[in-house]
Design a protein around this ligand. Structure first.
Ligand code: ASP
Length: 332
């Protein structure tokens, strides 16, 4: 599954790609009418994840439907994409950096506001689970590089080569024309960010990625950084990001969205405002990169917004898991 050609592909991979208008607008309408402090009936359980990720969302939903926690759900959901060798943006099979090394970033947040992350990890596929171990079994919140890898092995994770033949070939082809200079464009990134609400109404989130393809060695984006690629506040809601991490970090995107929801904005309005902070910067180069956000609030209202067309997300609610095309800013 190649999700990275999001600006070019019209139909992504299908699976019930639904026009955004009716779903989101009806939710928007509702959220505008509703006060954030007097919710009627919260929608739960619920899972939302970036991109066309039906199996990951289904896996998370199954955990929730069996009464499992939102934290277990997002971990199990993200593991699906980490193990999917055909996805070249997350986990095993991710595209490497310029030197041919696959390095992974991930983070996780629970309903108590705990956070764990691993950055630039080689040779370990299930980095979301390693991030959870950092959160639950160390006095720290972040482990980087070799330290993270050694920690994972000490915790029983298997070392394996993450560079698949397909990704190696793609990297070798890239090297022919790349002239070894940064490529920060609209086709070299994708991440799975996932948010879940369990039957107790608790919210957790996780985010996992191989980062920008052909990045400089040592480059880390927004995905494992609290408030950048992910933020959860169990009293308010959660948000997750995908796209050019540098731009998300400069606006602390996920934290911004949660704080905007705290001030009374709906998830949809908050996502739109976060995108607007990026595109309205003086001299913003937004035509040349993509950023997409998803968000959910405590009531189970959700939103998504991106700079360009063809960002989509999978949503599980009320027993239905579907891929939905996000609304977007750049309508030409
Ligand atoms: N946000 C990720 C990063 O910058 C990549 C992506 O979502 O495409 O590393």
């Amino acid at each position: 599954m190649k999700r990275r050609n999001f600006l070019k592909k019209a139909s992504v991979t299908g699976l019930g790609l639904v026009a955004v208008s009716s779903t989101l607008f009806s939710f928007k309408e509702k959220s505008e009418k509703k006060s954030m402090i007097s919710p009627s009936k919260p929608i739960k359980p619920l899972v939302i994840a970036t991109w066309d990720t039906p199996l990951a969302v289904e896996t998370a939903a199954k955990v929730l439907e069996k009464g499992g926690s939102a934290l277990d759900a997002v971990e199990q959901g993200c593991r699906i994409e980490e193990a999917n060798e055909n996805g070249q943006t997350v986990g095993k099979g991710g595209l490497p950096d310029r030197d041919g090394n696959v390095t992974l970033d991930a983070c996780i947040m629970d309903e108590k506001g705990n956070y764990g992350a691993v950055l630039a990890v080689k040779n370990i596929k299930h980095v979301t689970s390693v991030a959870r171990k950092v959160m639950e079994e160390t006095p720290h919140v972040m482990l980087v590089g070799q330290g993270a890898e050694d920690f994972a092995v000490a915790k029983g994770f298997e070392r394996e080569n993450l560079l698949t033949e397909a990704s190696k070939k793609a990297w070798e082809k890239w090297k022919e024309t790349s002239k070894y200079k940064p490529i920060i464009n609209i086709e070299n990134h994708d991440t799975i960010g996932m948010l879940a609400i369990d039957n107790n109404g608790n919210i957790s989130g996780a985010c996992t990625t191989s980062g920008l393809a052909y990045k400089m060695a040592g480059r880390v984006g927004d995905s494992p950084i609290i408030g950048g690629g992910l933020f959860v506040d169990n009293e308010i809601g959660g948000a997750a990001a995908t796209g050019l991490g540098e731009e998300v970090l400069k606006t602390v995107g996920s934290f911004l969205i949660v704080e905007l929801m705290r001030q009374g904005k709906s998830p949809q309005e908050a996502c739109e405002e976060a995108i607007s902070r990026i595109v309205k910067k003086p001299n913003s180069d937004f035509r040349n990169f993509q950023v997409g956000y998803i968000a959910v609030n405590k009531q189970g209202e959700f939103g998504a917004y991106s700079i360009h067309e063809w960002f989509s997300y999978n949503l599980y609610k009320e027993g239905v898991n579907k891929n939905i095309k996000s609304d977007f800013f750049n309508k030409g």
